[in-house]
Design a binder for this molecule. Structure first.
Ligand code: C2E
Ligand code: MG
Ligand code: MG
Length: 716
């Protein structure tokens, strides 16, 4: 035993023999740390351990059982904390062992290991934060330069001026065509990559290399660049000599008058210095500092590992990719901290709603991913997707405002939809993108058709400009029924596009595309003129209607918007009181001042204003008081959850009550069942619109409806 005694002492442990009658006799020298906790301990003299450490008393019962019937080599107590005479904390742990029928208790002081680990963690966290700051500063620099160049290109500044501006810049800069052919590049770029000189497009383009390299971490990069959006990210790049560097790259599109991408401005920096973390740092930097969830890098490692495992076992795996709707807009309305608070709340809700065996990560910004390793059937994936969207949708409070946030979610499965991690991610992203296109708050499973849908979008972009001249557009009219009284029949004008090859295309698909460019103004003008002409024609046939026309935010921003409305009213001779403009809530909040002014002018002459899709953006209803609005249209999302969802019912009822207090009328959209209609009647909602009552109809079916209105019974 003496050899062991020496060993225990050398290791700083205290071994104690447990003799009958709770006598605890030390078997080796008393270590210094134990003296700090108990000054009158001597080798060989019994100790009163339960009195010294009450925590041990509980453990002794388990230890007793262990000594009688050992299961395994030892039994651990778990860590507990004691204060010594100097007020210093000690982290202790005890183990029960049985050695040649001797009952031994081994006491260990873990404080030093604890402190060391804590220090490393602290330090790593500090480094991570400092790096985050450096990266943020770099990002600001890159943005500034890129915006400047974009601006110069947009106003056709001579290339020589731009060249001069970038020549000695510390960041690597390249201006190229969308196909990668180089227009301009600077010395800093040539220092990294021996690329072809400006104008000589014969060499391989570094853009293609970048996209290829970034794609493994950011499979969405193609989609982002192809749709003329701004991209930034960090990835590992291989230099011609075979070495690797971490690059932080930003790619910004420059659009020409036709809203086509004419140039790409790329700004790159070598950030390898920030990217060589120690093992400890790696552990800390595997987690997002705001949400405490695994981050993008961590996610990739897990996804790749899980896919390998599934490949070996034949199991399936589903990747759910979730993106918060309109997050930027929400974020812009609050300060940075509130945005973080929102993300943290969402993160913990999402994390609580996936199983322990599933993996959830925060990929950055407002994106989350969940990996479900499963031999379960698709059915379950749908249920998880619905549950996640459901928990995002629950109201949350930020800055003492209640928000209703929604998200869009895309799902792709291994091995059905992709053979590796990058392809799986790309397909989940495409599905998510599609879900967004279909309106918010949806999830979409990847199908091969989605690749086509993406193509479809590119076609829309190309053909929409000609749709008016080729007479491919028409309006349909959806009546609203009045739950009380109204002298008018109210109609909402809804746009339809009959594409010569692709058939009927929904406004949900092409309006967002039009909104990305000036095209929406052309379309909007056409719609207003058509709708007012039609309303006047109804009036002439003694069918008095109020015509509601959807207006996009971008239209109101046009300087001649009010003038155009006035002109159309005058030319068609439609009384202003018979025109209503529908504006979405989120659009209105974007630039409240400008819009309020335009809308006030229109209201003064009698045009009424409706707030469309109400309730999905900001339901702090306070701001409503100051808006020039006559009617609220409650978002379909809420109506469709009636009567199953108590919360949607409560929200709907609250909106109606509040609107009435503010002397506004309320329209419920998307009414599809009798139960919904009954509920709306009960809470005093003023108007209802939906497939249950009328589908959107061509103009020539409206007269008959008006004539029969009084005899129609809206009951099952
Ligand atoms: P919105 O203004 O909220 O229009 C209501 C949408 O809900 C219409 O879809 C309508 O057909 C649909 N709807 C009506 N009742 C029901 C129902 O009971 N159940 C369901 N599931 N849906 C119902 P639509 O025609 O596909 O239009 C979609 C969106 O496109 C519109 O949403 C509006 O934001 C936009 N839009 C349509 N026409 C125009 C336009 O002329 N100008 C602009 N800027 N946007 C338009
Ligand atoms: Mg509408
Ligand atoms: Mg609506």
């Amino acid at each position: 035993m003496s050899l062991f005694a020496k060993l225990f002492s050398d290791m700083g442990l205290l071994a104690v023999e447990c003799r009958p009658g709770n006598r605890f006799v030390p078997l080796n020298d008393i270590p210094a740390w134990f003296h700090q906790l108990c000054s009158d301990a001597y080798p060989g003299e019994p100790l009163d351990l339960p009195a010294l450490f009450p925590f041990i008393e509980h453990f002794l019962q388990d230890a007793e059982a262990f000594w009688q019937q050992p299961a395994g080599a030892r039994l651990g107590s778990g860590v507990w904390t004691e204060l010594d005479g100097q007020g210093k904390q000690h982290q202790l742990e005890a183990y029960a062992l049985l050695y040649q029928q001797i009952r031994i208790l081994l006491l260990v002081d873990l404080t030093q290991t604890f402190d060391a680990r804590h220090q490393v963690y602290q330090r790593a966290r500090e480094i991570a934060l400092a790096q985050e700051k450096l990266v943020a500063a770099l990002q600001r620099e890159q943005r500034k330069l890129q915006l400047k160049l974009q601006e110069m290109l947009t106003r056709n500044a001579p290339l020589s001026n731009i060249a001069e501006r970038i020549q000695h810049h510390a960041s690597a800069v390249m201006v190229c065509k969308p196909d990668g052919s180089v227009e301009l590049l600077n010395q800093a770029l040539m220092d990294i990559y021996p690329v072809a000189a400006a104008g000589d497009a014969s060499g391989p383009s570094v853009l293609n290399q970048w996209v290829r390299e970034a794609e493994t971490l950011y499979p969405e990069i193609h989609r982002v660049i192809d749709t003329g959006a701004w991209w930034e990210g960090e990835f590992e790049s291989t230099l011609p000599d075979g070495t690797h560097k971490w690059v932080r790259l930003m790619i910004g599109p420059v659009l020409d008058e036709q809203q086509q991408v004419s140039h790409l401005v790329c700004v790159a920096n070598d950030i390898s210095g920030l990217r060589e973390p120690s093992v400890e740092l790696e552990r800390v930097t595997d987690y997002d500092l705001t949400t405490q969830l695994p981050n993008r890098r961590h996610f990739w490692r897990v996804l790749t590992r899980e896919i390998d495992a599934c490949r070996a076992s034949g199991d399936k795996l589903a990747l759910l990719y979730l993106d918060v709707d309109n997050f930027k807009r929400i974020n812009d309305n609050f300060d940075h901290q509130a945005g973080d608070q929102l993300l943290t709340t969402l993160s913990s809700r999402l994390a609580r709603n996936v199983k322990k065996t599933d993996f959830i990560a925060h990929l950055g910004g407002d994106e989350f991913a969940v990996v479900l390793r499963t031999d379960r059937r698709q059915l379950d994936v749908n249920a998880v997707a619905e549950r996640l969207l459901g928990v995002v949708r629950q109201p949350l409070t930020v800055d003492s405002q209640t928000l209703h946030v929604t998200a869009s979610l895309g799902v792709a499965c291994f091995p059905d939809h992709a053979a590796d991690a990058a392809a799986l991610m790309k397909h989940a992203d495409l599905a998510m993108y599609h879900a967004k296109q279909m309106g918010r708050n949806h999830y979409q499973l990847f199908t091969r058709d989605l690749d086509d849908a993406f193509l479809h979008r590119v076609i829309v972009q190309k053909d929409l400009g000609n749709a008016i001249t080729h007479q491919e557009l028409r309006l349909v009219y959806q009546p609203q029924i009045c739950i009380g009284d109204d002298a008018f029949l109210r109609l909402e004008a809804l746009l339809r596009w009959q594409h010569p090859e692709r058939g009927l295309i929904s406004p949900g698909v092409f309006i967002p595309v039009a909104e990305e460019s000036d095209l929406i103004n052309q379309l909007g003008r056409w719609v207003l003129e058509q709708a007012c002409t039609q309303a006047r024609a109804f009036l002439d046939r003694k069918v008095p209607v109020v015509m509601a026309v959807n207006v996009s935010a971008r239209q109101i921003r046009a300087s001649d918007f009010v003038a155009h409305v006035l002109m159309v009213l005058e030319q068609t001779g439609l009384p202003p009181a018979q025109l209503e403009l529908e504006i979405t809530e989120t659009a209105l909040l974007e630039d409240r001042e400008t819009y309020s002014q335009a809308l006030r002018q229109l209201r003064e002459i009698g045009v009424s204003i409706a707030l469309d899709d109400f309730g999905s953006g900001f339901s702090s209803l306070n701001y409503l008081k100051n808006l020039p609005v006559d009617r609220l249209k409650i978002d379909q999302v809420f109506i469709q959850e009636i009567p199953h969802n108590e919360e949607s019912k409560a929200i709907t009822a609250t909106i109606v009550k509040l609107a009435h207090e503010l002397r506004m009328k309320v329209v419920a959209e998307g009414v599809e069942t009798w139960e919904q209609l009954r509920f709306l009647r009960e809470i005093g909602c003023d108007y209802a619109q939906g497939f249950l009552l009328f589908k959107p109809l061509p103009a020539d079916e409206i007269d008959a409806i008006y004539r029969n209105l009084s005899s129609l019974r809206f009951e099952p």
